[in-house]
Design a protein around this ligand. Structure first.
Ligand code: NAP
Length: 283
């Protein structure tokens, strides 16, 4: 059975650490514009990134390109746990939307679990949905036990599965495979999409000698091989961050790559699949 929410593509753009310095803002806006021109549809951000500064840059890029491009985008933002009470969620989302200069978010996620009961956060999400300010809701950095609790809260809240959890955004990369043991199977069972954050290991995989060597035998860069590997999972979008037009193009070129069984086995030799439960990796 298909997931009730599907991302339009397998590669999106991450924006963490954008908007932090005045000197690089122009380059970052240009990078986001280039991504949208190339066809990127999924853009990931959060109120946390540069205290809303990343959202402002995305808003400027959309404005520069003309608001007609908005309809094609899947804009994702996140609420900080300390804002995740009913009223806090509502206020935080309204502020994100204002910074983005858009009328709504496609997906709004709880960044990680905090002190507020899930029911309270869900009440906020529900209010935002009823007012057309968000289309779907999701979570981030949730392990299996968190997901079980969240789903129970949705059920007690009376949410139907078709209107329930759309995605879980977690660290998933060749050097962070723990989620394959039980979290990815659980997401599949619950028909929840996976957003793979830091799919280049935050940049570490680019410098990995064995990965570079294997990638070159395929005519690929280490980044391309790392991304193609992540998106082999069904219902998954990888959200690499880059401020370089060239690298944004390179990452986008992976969206239709399929790896051979031999390559997948070679990758398993370098980055061993999990054989037991490990705690969720976070960045
Ligand atoms: N939910 C959460 O808790 C959470 C946590 C972490 C991240 N995220 C999201 O996931 C996104 C991606 O994660 P990330 O930013 O941590 O790390 P990442 O995407 O794994 O790696 C980004 C690093 O790789 C470089 N890079 C990108 N493409 C490259 C290429 N083709 N060749 C060589 N280098 C390349 C970037 O540099 P340049 O910019 O110079 O190209 C940057 O230094 C974030 O931006 C954010 O949106 C979410």
């Amino acid at each position: 059975m298909k997931s009730h929410f599907k991302f339009p593509d397998k590669i999106g753009l991450g924006t963490w650490r954008m908007g932090e310095s005045e000197n690089s803002k122009l380059e970052e806006i240009n990078a986001i514009e280039e991504a949208i021109r190339l066809g990127y549809q999924v853009i990931d951000t959060a109120e946390m990134y540069a205290n809303g500064g990343a959202e402002v840059l995305i808003g400027k890029a959309i404005k520069n390109l003309g608001y007609s491009c908005r309809d094609k985008l899947t804009l994702v933002s996140k609420v900080l746990p300390h804002n995740a009470s009913k009223n806090g969620v509502i206020k935080a989302c309204e502020a994100s939307i204002k910074r983005l200069g858009c009328e709504y978010l496609d997906l709004y996620l709880l960044h990680w679990r905090g002190q507020y009961p899930f029911e309270s956060t869900l009440e906020g999400f529900q209010n935002l949905k009823e007012r057309g300010l968000i289309k779907h809701h999701g979570v981030s950095n949730f392990d299996v036990h968190d997901l079980k609790e969240w789903t129970a809260a949705e059920q007690s809240f009376g949410l139907q599965r078709t209107n329930g959890l759309a995605t879980n955004q977690v660290f998933y990369a060749l050097n962070a495979r723990g989620v394959e043991f039980d979290l990815i199977p659980k997401l599949r069972e619950d028909k929840v999409s996976l957003m793979a954050y830091s799919p280049l290991g935050g940049g570490d995989l680019i410098r990995h000698k064995k990965l570079q060597g294997l990638a070159s035998t395929q005519g690929l860069s280490a980044a391309q091989l790392a991304l193609a590997w992540v998106i082999r999972q069904e219902n998954t979008v990888a959200i690499p961050k880059s401020v370089s037009k060239l690298r944004i193009k390179e990452n986008w070129s992976c969206k239709d790559l399929t790896l051979s069984t031999d390559t997948l086995l070679a990758l398993d030799q370098i980055f061993t699949p999990p054989r037991a439960k490990t705690s969720l990796s976070v960045i």
